[in-house]
Design a protein around this ligand. Structure first.
Ligand code: ZN
Length: 326
């Protein structure tokens, strides 16, 4: 999802071609920049995320791509332990009962931000508009990535956040979406960032899936670096957001068995200063990159509705743990 570059967002049709090019260039910063530019773009300098360059040679991500599953939110929230078994070879299901299943979140408000928008693909002019994120400018929004089979990140994020909403609502929380597939494009990243304050939310989360090198897999959580520049001052949310990030890293891993990303971040955690959604947030907030859609094993998992339910469970449990600790 996220990547600093000055390049304009790419349309879906260009993703595969660009990915191949990026995958075969020498494994250096330029190559990293190439793939990371696929999904998100920003003129800001590369951040600490750049410490993990992709490893391994280029490989095809097409071999095991699965058919896109209908994005049908589960209407009946589950409150117990996830029952599915992660399918990845390095999956490590924890299987421990969720201590948050019976939590009462009455009176608490959560903003969920499904990354991108399925309509962004046909609104390039609108989403390419530059918006002020405090320490720079970014495109209003981007199209996001997709699996080789064409399952888009925008569809994935909507499905998982809807599932998480069902779980959180069942616990009494008020859940506000930045978009619910109910608008033609966007919103812009600055509007997404304002959503937490607008809703008087206790916490906010942006849900994404990454468009990394095909050889890389795993998930990571992005926490805000302190940014005090221009219209941005997120000083007050840095510390609670880091606590949220740790809870989400652990909760998502426990619920899904998804390994920590092996091509970016460190131990599943990253800190960035180039994301408008974090720079401009007035409430504790992190991003999660649930996996790498360009990797065949991750794509297979993310295409599986059962795995997406586990992902939603991990997200809901982490948010619940954060809220009940405050
Ligand atoms: Zn994204």
């Amino acid at each position: 999802m996220t990547g600093p570059t000055s390049r304009p967002p790419r349309r879906s049709a260009l993703l595969r071609t660009t990915t191949v090019v990026a995958a075969v260039v020498p494994l250096c910063t330029a190559g990293w920049f190439g793939w990371r530019a696929l999904d998100h773009s920003d003129p800001a300098a590369a951040t600490a995320a750049a410490t993990a360059a992709p490893s391994g040679a280029a490989q095809s991500g097409a071999a095991q791509s699965a058919s896109p599953a209908p994005a049908t939110p589960q209407a009946t929230p589950t409150t117990g332990t996830p029952t599915g078994t992660p399918t990845g070879t390095d999956a490590a299901p924890a299987g421990t009962p969720s201590p948050t299943a019976a939590a009462d979140l009455t009176g608490r408000t959560v903003v969920l931000d499904p990354g991108h928008n399925p309509g962004n693909f046909s609104h390039s002019t609108e989403i390419n508009r530059q918006v002020d994120v405090g320490n720079g400018h970014k495109e209003c929004d981007t199209t996001g990535t997709e699996t080789d089979a064409g399952y888009t990140e925008a569809d994935y994020t909507l499905d998982v956040t809807r599932r998480a909403r069902a779980l959180l609502t069942a616990r009494g929380a008020k859940v506000v979406f930045t978009q619910d597939g109910d608008r033609p494009w966007g919103p812009c990243v600055d509007e997404r960032a304002r959503a937490g304050a607008d809703a008087h939310a206790d916490v906010a989360l942006s849900v994404h899936a990454d468009g990394g090198p095909a050889s890389g897999s795993g998930f990571h959580v992005i926490m805000p670096a302190k940014v005090v520049a221009g219209k941005a001052d997120n000083s007050a949310i840095v510390e609670p957001s880091h606590r949220l990030g740790l809870l989400l890293r652990d909760g998502f891993h426990a619920a899904t068995g998804e390994p920590y990303a092996d091509y970016i971040a460190k131990e599943g955690l990253d800190t960035r200063s180039d994301l408008g959604g974090l720079n401009l947030s007035a409430v504790p907030k992190v991003f999660i990159e649930c996996g790498n859609m360009r990797n065949s094993a991750d794509a297979r998992r993310m295409t599986d509705p059962q795995w997406r339910q586990q992902a939603a469970q991990g997200i809901a449990d982490a948010l619940t743990a954060f809220l009940t600790a405050h």
